[in-house]
Design a protein around this ligand. Structure first.
Ligand SMILES: Nc1nc2c(ncn2[C@@H]2O[C@H](COP(=O)(O)OP(=O)(O)O[C@H]3O[C@H](CO)[C@@H](O)[C@H](O)[C@@H]3O)[C@@H](O)[C@H]2O)c(=O)[nH]1
Ligand SMILES: [Mg+2]
Length: 192
């Protein structure tokens, strides 16, 4: 079932780095009556993320970096363990994630496996994240990783059972990262 949507007003609230707008719109309800909503929408562009895994070592490569949004919302110290990820800018999701993998982790992955694309915070953020996975090996390592400009990204290689234990006890608490680790478990790529 689809509802008729009419955008009445699109008010720009901020465009300092990303874009925050307030939309006024009408949507028809189940009885066909139009109802008017006002909703703030934050547009940060779309992103891509990748799980780097190694079957022989039963391990994954993740990153750790400071995330101010988590710091101001209860994450003491603000450091977050995440799968490698980046904003698409003008790249395709595949091109973006290959670049990010080299910049953030130092691994030049070849073929990447596309998994799915998900809205991560649909109540108010436009962002669609494209999920990928690829095997990493020492032979693919091109540099130490760490990110570009002022990104201070630490590269972590974790045994898969340790990574799962960190999900269970909350040391890994980033949505895309939990999804990817659980995908590796369900797909049988790695052993718990
Ligand atoms: N000056 C400035 N720089 C910013 C601002 N916001 C982001 N940046 C910079 O923009 C760059 C973005 O780095 P990416 O690696 O492309 O993106 P990301 O921040 O890792 O985001 C990825 O993970 C997010 C969290 O899961 C995802 O939301 C996002 O889609 C993407 O996948 C970083 O250098 C960051 O410091 C800002 O408000 N001001
Ligand atoms: Mg990043």
């Amino acid at each position: 079932m689809s509802f008729k949507i009419t955008i009445i007003k699109d008010k720009l609230l901020s465009e300092n780095w990303f874009v925050l707008r307030n939309y006024t719109y009408e949507i028809t309800d189940r009885r066909g009556e139009p109802i008017r909503h006002k909703r703030e929408v934050y547009d940060r562009g779309n992103g891509a993320t990748i799980l780097l895994y190694n079957r022989e070592k039963n391990s994954v490569v993740l990153t750790r970096q400071f995330r101010i949004a988590t710091y101001v919302n209860g994450n003491e110290g603000g450091m977050l363990i995440e799968a490698c990820a980046g904003l698409l800018d003008d790249d395709s999701p595949e091109d973006c994630i290959r670049k990010e993998a080299i910049e953030e982790t130092g691994y030049a992955v070849g073929e990447v496996e596309k998994l799915y694309a998900c809205y991560m915070s649909p109540g108010g953020v436009t962002e669609l994240i494209h999920f990928f996975a690829a095997e990493y090996h020492e032979s693919l390592r091109k540099n130490a990783g760490g990110g570009v400009d002022d990104e201070a990204i630490e590269v972590l290689e974790l045994r898969f059972p340790d990574a799962l234990a960190m999900v269970a006890d909350g040391r890994i608490c980033d949505g895309k990262t939990v999804m990817l680790l659980q995908h590796a478990l369900i797909a049988g790529w790695l052993t718990p």
